[in-house]
Design a protein around this ligand. Sequence first.
Ligand code: HSE
Length: 439
Amino acid sequence: MAPPLKIGIAGLGTVGAGVVRMLARRADAISARVGRPVEVVAVSARNRARDRECDLSGMRWYDDAVELARDPDIDVFVELIGGPDGIAKAAVEAAIAAGHSVATANKALLAHHGVELAAAAEAAGVALHFEAAVAGGIPVIKTLREALLGNEIARVSGILNGTCNYILTRMQEEGLSFDTCLDQAQKLGYAEADPTFDVDGFDTAHKLALLAALAFGVKPDPEAIHVEGIRSITLADIEAADELGYRIKLLGVAARIGGQVELRVHPTMVPKHWPIAQVSGVTNAVAIDGDAVALTLVGPGAGGDATASAVVADLCDVAAGRGGAPLGWRAASLQPAEKAAIRRHEGGYYIRLAAVDRPGTAAAIARHMAEQNISLESIMQHRRGRPHGGERAESAEDPAPVVLVTYATNEDAVRRAIDAIEIDGVIALPPQVIRIEKD
Ligand code: HSE
């Protein structure tokens, strides 16, 4: 049997400790299948004393991840520190410079610096694998990089953030507030250290940037993505969506439209009967539309074991000598991603207005929609007093929630109509606009 593949792991949180445990538990099966043992020989973390429920005996300990990355007696450096810059970036650069392959779960690092790191890995002849960076345990990187190579991809879309999907699911199923659900997601360990990254859509955008690179050969570039998070979604929207036959999901979408790749992340209303609408909790889903194969992958998007499973798969690939261009295309051949022109987006829209409850309001709203040539599929007005959902006694001063659903139109027309409605003073709170995906 070939000599062991020696691993150094920086970051021993739930994922790092999970990798150590999984490699120990599956040692015999892994070495039998990849032709050599895969052994963790060195680790680095902030707190040496913490009990991680994994056996670290016999492993070299480093306080400094960059020093671990330079250890001449490792073959692969596993980066589980996180963050787009700082120690994570310095350590990955040091590992590649030292001729070590890298496996990382760091989507922020690769979304911001993927092109230069991939180029460095290609030049050094080492692997840079990142299956764990996108959709946790779902093998979507391998699917795009290898399994669907024969396909021309038209669109990749999905639920890429477990925290957001968990929050939206619990709001919908249990009528809980956004804050309560976020708190739970943090306690369960799904959320990023700074949950802003989850709920404001940046985590999804980082993952989408990597999927778009693999699918379309565009440089990962978070700046090119139109990003909206889920903070503005209220129980009123969740209830209205339900009544209208939709679920609200935070989707990341990369689609080839004409000669361009449109990249966007935003809450989206999807018909209840679509498979993606039924993906609940921390589960992720990625739908890939190829010219030969269209498929949807569904699986755990966050959590220690699921993410560790993806890291271990990357390590097995290195052990078996499976590599290739990290981003699926040579780094030098990647094309710049163009900023999504969201005002040109076409589709149906859900618009919720807190209408001032007096004569003429409905007429004003309808007039401004008509002026922009927007045709309405449905109009729904609830009784006063629930501008953000929930129950309380109504007051004559309360606005009346009006929900409009448009037929296919474009975003520019919708924004112009809403601007005009706001100028008329017939709405009491900022409007809510959610894009709709339909059959
Ligand atoms: N915070 C991320 C999520 C973890 O909620 O999906 C996995 O990237």
